[in-house]
Design a binder for this molecule. Sequence first.
Ligand code: IPM
Ligand code: MN
Length: 361
Amino acid sequence: MNTYKIAVIPGDGTGPEVTAEAVKVLNAAEDKFGFKFEKTEYDLGGTRYLKTGETLSDETLEELRGYDSILLGAIGHPDIKPGILEKGVLLKARFGLDQYINLRPVKLFPGVETPIKGKGPKEIDYVVVRENTGGVYTGVGGNSQMGTANEVAVQSNVYTRFQVERCLRFAFDYARKYGKKARGAGEDNTLTLVGKTNVLTYVWGLWERAFNEIGDAEYPDIKRAYCHVDAACIYMIQCPEMFDIVVTGNMFGDIITDLGAITQGGLGIAAGGNINPEGVSMFEPIGGTAPSFTGLNQINPLAAILSGAMMIQTLGETEAAEAIENAVRWATANKLKSMAAAQMGYSTTEVGDMVAERIKN
Ligand code: IPM
Ligand code: MN
């Protein structure tokens, strides 16, 4: 029997509540599909920072390398200055574990309401491959003459050919394996590069050259498309069906996946994974800590549950991952009234229960 060592980081706010439901569902899958999790919980995040002053220490980061995967709830605290936990925990884990891909499906489940008129699950069904360790997130820059009228601030958008190439190869491979043709949902497997070649000519020139060179040489079977990020925001609303697999840089990927999340019913159902294909990956719902719902048993756990499905998919338990997705599909189609917290018609734990029960049957 396959055994997987999983680090569980419930985190702050509603993180622990949604993580508990993801774990409940994973436990149901492990019983049914015959594999085993060895879970170790880590207390990391804002609550702990306020008590101890510690974020993610180098020692803990080293320990995390020893797991097969990491399941994260959410990190953040209203009383902590923005940047401390983001840089100290989340980005430290992503960068430290070299999770250079952030995989974010934008998929409308049946029965889920989208704000886009006239579009349904068939049209809203694509995956964003966000580069996850470069760009403006590297923190290269600084301020001088801070606090004066002459203050200068620089935040550099840094990309190396190496970073761009490995991200593109992941995206091309992903398109070959999971694109619309591969899924029987279209004629082609298409990879769309989203950038800004008309203004950020250095960085996006590099991306575009690498995209075309690698595409021609190694992936002639994958159809290529390009759009500027501002136009992509229009298309994501006007004609989301044009997208299949999308690849983009860190900052643009951050922004467009929030837009994508709202088109798929909101943060309550938007899953994600920080992937290091050669190392340890970390799966997290893309929504945050939702402080106003903490402890109320009203938050939607489906994003966390689907992140758990992505985790076992990445571990190779494809059948179990599909079973979880199908159970979620059944719940959205037949049970939940809305994806929004407090409006689901069920509590957080009830939603976890119904998905877990569905898998067992
Ligand atoms: C996300 C978040 C993070 C990001 C923040 C919390 C650092 O917005 O996962 O999308 O910008 O990547
Ligand atoms: Mn974000």
